[in-house]
Design a protein around this ligand. Structure first.
Ligand code: UDP
Length: 486
């Protein structure tokens, strides 16, 4: 009997590193297991991915689709979230993305045979139209933790967003129906689409989610079991926990393929520096691909790291070093801390760093990828959430998993305005870094728990492990077409 053709998955990430990177990993995971995977990318991201050799596997193809940023008042190269230069561009960016619906429709309609399944980012609700008109199964991919996604769903179901919008800033609101106690306040409310003008986008995304055939989450069952079960029940759809995807990624392909900026220090130089350090002694400091700091906040971080007395590897974005004041200050810090500190300008090979035995702590903005990459490599964290899902990821790391220590950030920030206050001071950083890295009892417990979760993460991704076997089930579900996943 003839073999059925491999199932064909079309993946549609949000153009933002934190969403693109896990989707690329998922596409490659699917391809490595015999499925055909196509990944939709803007021209900018397609070039970045090709430069990084991400399309080198026979079954992974990049589909280039474009929109016109200038029509929405965005910088012409704004084809990925890292090109957003101020907070006011956020809503136009999401509106511009809807322009991808028409070329996406045309691409899908021209495919023969039809794809077996579309996996589309939660934000890309515009993929729902063509999927439903051609009866193609559609899963949505949720970039954040299951804990966050469940909070967001419960908050929506109970009208919490509206109540919080009408309340004052500090008022705490319990999220009903959670398996653990969760409190949120304005600014730390779940979800992105809470600012004025975003309500419609949020409603569209929620409707597209409700009409989908299930959800893929980059997590693993042992990490979030109680939330996975509750989420599945609340959604009434399968929740496919297939991660952590980063354990499938090879370090060497981590950098060029994903970053916009070129690293100021090569991966081999970083590894050579880490090789010289004592195991578990170095604290890695990075705030993801979007958050951007003013010089006055950089100075606080630098002083805090210096005062902590610990070896550190700190990633500073090129865009944060635009002023000569900032550049000179960082150079002076490097001179003062030579041997003990390494400042990486631009894009750092984060996975290579986190998987190095010298790294024993991570000061993170709590982006879900960073958090999961840290946990998967057994590294405890200092949590400094900036925006969106990050405050809830902090609660998960600190209160539920016991792998995190809060720096004490209470104010949301994304791309700081010039007159914005600095929310975290040098003493906060020095205190948290010292407490994370010093070998006290609490620090040991955090480290032990992180290492236990790391071991469980590796088991989940090996043959026979939960995430590995679920991916197999997912592929098999779509082999014979139809793909009835309910
Ligand atoms: N990343 C990296 N090098 C950097 C900055 C970020 O490799 O210098 C990667 C990081 O490993 C993660 C992603 O970019 O996979 C950032 O995603 P996350 O969800 O942590 O944060 P976001 O960028 O969405 O705020």
């Amino acid at each position: 009997t003839a073999q059925p053709p491999p199932p064909h998955f079309v993946l549609v990430p949000l153009p933002a590193h934190g969403h693109l990177i896990p989707m690329v990993d998922l596409a490659r995971l699917l391809a490595s297991r015999g499925a055909r995977a196509s990944l939709v990318a803007t021209p900018l991201n397609a070039t970045r991915l090709r430069d990084g050799g991400v399309d080198d596997q026979a079954l992974l193809e990049i589909v280039e689709l474009s929109y016109s940023p200038a029509d929405y008042g965005l910088p012409p190269d704004c084809q990925n979230a890292d090109k957003i230069t101020d907070n006011a561009q956020l809503l136009p960016f999401f509106l511009a993305l809807r322009e991808l619906a028409a070329p996406f429709d045309a691409y899908v309609r021209a495919l023969a045979p039809r794809p077996s399944c579309i996996i589309s980012d939660w934000f890309n609700s515009w993929t729902a139209g063509v999927a439903s008109s051609l009866a193609i199964p559609r899963l949505f991919f949720h970039g954040p933790s299951c804990f966050f996604s469940l909070c967001d769903l419960k908050a929506t179901t109970h009208g919490l967003h509206e109540r919080i919008a009408a309340a004052d800033d500090r008022e705490q609101h319990a999220v009903p129906g959670m398996p653990v106690s969760v409190k949120v306040s304005k600014g730390r409310v779940p979800g992105f689409f809470i600012s004025p003008g975003c309500k419609e986008l949020r409603e569209e995304a929620m409707a597209a989610m409700r009409a989908s055939d299930g959800v893929v989450v980059n997590t693993f069952l042992d990490l979030e079991d109680k939330f996975v079960a509750c989420y599945e029940e609340a959604l009434g759809k399968p929740v496919w926990t297939l991660g952590p995807f980063c354990l499938h990624r090879r370090d060497a392909e981590g950098m060029a393929s994903r970053g916009g900026d070129k690293p100021g220090v090569s991966e081999s130089a970083i590894t050579a520096w880490l090789d010289e350090q004592v195991p578990d002694s170095v604290v890695y400091v990075s705030f993801g691909s979007v958050a951007r700091k003013l010089p006055k906040q950089l100075f606080e971080i630098g002083h805090g790291l210096e005062d902590s007395g610990k070896p550190f590897l700190w990633v500073v974005k090129e865009s944060e070093l635009a002023s000569s004041e900032a550049r000179e200050w960082v150079e002076a810090l490097e001179a003062r801390t030579a041997g003990r500190g390494l400042v990486v300008r631009g894009w750092a090979p984060q996975l290579a760093v986190l998987s190095h035995r010298a790294v024993g702590g991570f000061v993170t903005h709590c982006g879900w990828n960073s958090m999961l990459e840290s946990i998967a490599h057994g590294v405890p964290v200092v949590t400094w959430p900036h925006f969106s899902d990050q405050f809830l990821n902090e609660q998960l790391a600190v209160d539920v998993l016991g792998v995190g220590l809060p720096v004490g950030a209470t104010t949301p920030v994304m791309i700081l305005d010039d007159d914005a206050a600095v929310p975290v001071l040098r003493e906060d950083i020095a205190r948290a870094v010292s407490a994370l890295m010093d070998g006290g009892e609490k620090a040991e417990v955090r480290r032990r728990k992180a290492k236990e979760y790391g071991a469980k993460a590796r088991r989940a991704m090996e043959k026979g492990g939960d995430s590995y076997e679920k991916l197999q089930q997912l592929i098999e579900t779509f082999i014979y077409g139809g793909g009835n996943v309910r």
